[in-house]
Design a protein around this ligand. Structure first.
Ligand SMILES: C[S@@+](CC[C@H](N)C(=O)[O-])C[C@H]1O[C@@H](n2cnc3c(N)ncnc32)[C@H](O)[C@@H]1O
Length: 199
């Protein structure tokens, strides 16, 4: 899909993501993961700022996304929940930070949308300090065969309308990118992964 078209698809979903910030199911997972962030944080593809309610008060966050409409919602959420967030409007695949710039690098529900997620994961490793942490909440192909068949059938349609792939092999991608997994939890028929990792 062309990048401009994908941005328009996400722009249109910004209001929906804004309303979902306090979704009770995701809230549990986000709180568990995001409350473990420390120090200088990079959050890629921040969307409408769904994680902002769960950051510890001590962290400072650099948040990025390529959708201006999402960033507008995220800026508003940042002022409601915390103040120490700076924003960058950019394609994640084009971000250029110095190596070892952040204590914690975070992605939630973004690996589904990149043309080249392994490149992003490699960069996330590089941007993270050697003793730092990568925190991810990602969705992908279910571990239940019947569900995965449905996902594979619906994926072309879902990708066209939501801009997200629903069949990515989340743990396969982590291993391919050389990420060291410390802890992993799976939910929702094995489709959702919470990951605590080292670069
Ligand atoms: C499924 S939403 C998730 C948003 C947020 N991280 C969350 O947990 O709710 C995916 C987000 O990734 C952003 N995104 C997708 N591809 C991107 C890219 N190549 N560069 C930057 N942002 C991207 C979209 O604009 C959207 O905000």
């Amino acid at each position: 899909m062309e990048k401009d078209k994908q941005i328009r698809i996400f722009d249109k979903q910004a209001a929906q993501y804004d309303k979902r910030r306090e979704d009770p199911l995701q809230r549990k997972w986000r709180e568990k993961l995001i409350s473990t962030a420390e120090g200088k944080v990079l959050e890629v593809a921040v969307g409408a700022g769904a994680n902002f309610p769960y950051y510890p008060a001590s962290v400072s966050v650099t948040a990025t996304d390529f959708s201006e409409a999402m960033l507008t919602k995220a800026r508003r959420a940042a002022s409601a929940y915390r103040s120490d967030v700076s924003f960058i409007c950019s394609d994640t695949e084009e971000l250029a930070f110095e190596a070892h710039s952040f204590d914690t690098v975070i992605s939630t529900l973004s690996m589904c949308s990149y043309p080249n997620p392994i490149k992003v994961l490699h960069n996330m490793r590089r941007w993270c300090k050697p003793g730092g942490r990568l925190l991810l909440m990602e969705h992908g192909i279910s571990s239940k065969q019947a569900v995965s068949v449905i996902q594979k059938t619906l994926n072309p349609l879902l990708y066209r309308y939501t801009g997200c792939h629903h069949t990515r092999d989340v743990m396969g991608m982590m291993h391919e990118a050389g990420i060291t997994i410390e802890r992993e939890e799976r939910y929702w028929l094995g489709m959702v992964h919470l990951i605590w990792a080292r670069p």
